[in-house]
Ligand binder design. Sequence first.
Ligand code: DPP
Ligand code: ZN
Length: 881
Amino acid sequence: PKEIFLKDYKMPDYYFDTVDLKFLLGEEKTIVSSRITVFPSVEGSRFPLVLDGVDMKLISIKVNSEDLEEADYVLDSRHLTILSPPTGSFTLEIVNEICPQNNTSLEGLYKSTGNFSTQCEAEGFRKITFYQDRPDIMAKYTCRIEADKSLYPVLLSNGNLIDQGDLEDGKHFALWEDPFKKPCYLFALVAGKFVSRDDVFITRSGRKISLKIWTPAEDVPKTEHAMYSLKAAMKWDEDVFGLEYDLDLFNVVAVPDFNMGAMENKSLNIFNSQLVLASPETASDSDYAAILGVIGHEYFHNWTGNRVTCRDWFQLSLKEGLTVFRDQEFSSDMGSRAVKRISDVSKLRNYQFPQDAGPMAHPVRPHSYIKVNGYIYVNFSGAEVVRMYKTLLGSQGFRKGMDLYFKRHDGQAVTCEDFYAAMRDANNADFANFLLWYSQAGTPRVKVTLSYNSDGRTFTLKFSQDVPPTPGQPNKEPMFIPVAVGLLDKAGNDLPLSSIYHDGVLQSIAENDRPVYHTVLRLTKKEEEIVFSDIPERPVPSLFRGYSAPIRLETDLNDDDLFFLLAHDSDEFNRWEAGQVLARKLMLQLVADHQLNKPLVLNSKFVEGLRSILSDSSLDKEFIAKAITLPGAGEIMDMMAVADPDAVHAVRTFIRKQLANALKAELLTAVENNRSSEAYVFNHPEMARRALKNISLAYLALVEDTEIANLVLDEYKNASNMTDQFAALVALDQKPGETRDEVLADFYTKWQHDYLVVNKWFALQAMSDIPGNLVNVQNLLNHPAFDIRNPNNVYSLIGGFCGSIVNLHAKDGSGYKFLGEAVMQLDKINPQVASGMVSVFTKWKRYDKHRQKLAKEQLEKILSVNGLSENVFEIASKSLA
Ligand code: DPP
Ligand code: ZN
């Protein structure tokens, strides 16, 4: 396998202007014909034309209508090279054969559950036909599909349907034309038995857009929420960014076998059905929220990704970071901004930071890769970088930058610098060394020390920063870090701020001669000092409000300061954060005690802090639910020199039990007061009630008390929606025994007809920390509802098992062995899914020597497999490096 470098990027020698595709979809094989108009990038040049193509049979090839002789081209397992094409522009006609029925990789064109569908991002188009499969080749497409009419009544592709009709032998055809230029990764085709939910969206300029969400007939009732989400997203993009949809038709198709969440193909989004189908009985609040976010995400790509696309895959964050940011903003505006921010920062801490501290660490724009792999798609940092522009420029400045970006680059394939330049130029902004966020890997660490001088009435913040070394980047430069900050007085109010000395230079931070209550500091150096003048008392600073930069923060705030912030900060995110800092400190201390066999004792101030949050009726209920949730085990392990899963698990369980007992009365009140009374509604206040009730229930289930045990069981039995029912099941699942077994069996019996609910059932059992649960997971692999070719099944059961820190890291090595074998089996079926699973091993060096040895053995075994995919090879080999 070959590593590909950003610095080696070269413009293509040839561009494509138009692409006419024809598909004859058959039961044995599919014949693909393409007719491409080609022109050289430099007039008069004569280079070989190299096309990508894998897993297919070439039938014929013509240049300017003449068949090519065998000596005119070279065909190997990855490329078709036309040795000396004519000078100037020419037409290329290729016919090839593929077999979507045997395509278990779910990349390219594949058939599953009786239907054909495609997934081309990143490099799936080369499994459909020979092409320059790179995003800077943008062309106008037509697509003609022919297939049996009774088996495949619905034939879809990108753009507008311009012709359709019946053919001989029970066949029919459809001809689609996409008026917009696009890279081939946005091509899509769907053929099969689908029925649509139809709706209409009127754009702000009065255009009527026909919206269709396609599913199997029986699932149509479950697409109401997806349709609501789509219309909300279309409206939001008009309101916030002035962006209107550009075609008259927008299709969404839900398929059950899909490698990722969804795909933003031009006007034909294809979704994992998990992210489309929902009803109150079968989907929980988190499913509803995910559907809203992902429907939004894919729709927003129409401008950020499709109209303006990436020059190459190193620029992935140009579209993903930006579009993740946009969907985060959309969900914030539709619900609670603070709660959404809290969830997003938790993801960053639990997934991105550990990755950035390990062997797969890479900058937002990687310098190299072997395969455009899932790990590059983890794009939470990219979204944080976009968010920092907004923090620095404000909403209006950010909007100006976006407007300029589209004005300059509509219809182009561009780079991260182009986005940066648009933001800068639209605002005449000084971004100093901001571009380092794209090129330096690793999570910056920022240290802050505080001092107050009562004589001079000054308050000083001393900042220092460093970025830890990452593979290939031993030495780092200081980053440009925006620090949103406010200073709290004794009463907890924000103090007025009018000027600062930044490294001795006086700067006014007042706006229109008025003091502000919140400002954004700009750090650019390894060490610097900010002095706030005219501060009447020692304040408590609220730093990095709203998490204004993706960094790890260390301060000398004491526990009293943190409790004070938890109680008073006007920035809701930082209230939560103060509680998390306290919880992390406490957990790390108890982990150390546990490792020394000391008795564990819970700090009573912490308990009282949570009690006051829990009883504060002025707070948002979902915020309370977040505030009384402990940091994840992954987050704590990420902070330890040697991650100790047993100790972290023991401590987290200990604290949860202690809290449950200490706060029993408040938790019971929270359950009593927040039961759903009426029919399920998806809105923030109702979700917040359910969130608070359900987290309280999860705590209560840890109390040894028959009455409470009965209460939890009743909640399960009386639940009228999946959110409440599943939450009660999760609560009951924590305690091994007869009740647990009975409810798990009952749940399956109730929901066996619904594969999406069955996945929840798989995941819940797989994640269980009951020691020895591996046997149960192995049995479930043979369950009739489990199919290893279905990615959702794998993510639920095998992925779920990796979520159990007890069983994955079992000292006898059984967990690692199970995972290693699963990876090897999956790699033969679906390399993308396999690489998702092997990623779990990337953290192996974080554990003790014994576990290191066990995990290393598995990685070595995986690497010794003949014919291992590049996807898995890249991750396994970099992990061992
Ligand atoms: N481009 C795809 C998405 O944004 C990749 N999963 O969802
Ligand atoms: Zn995306």
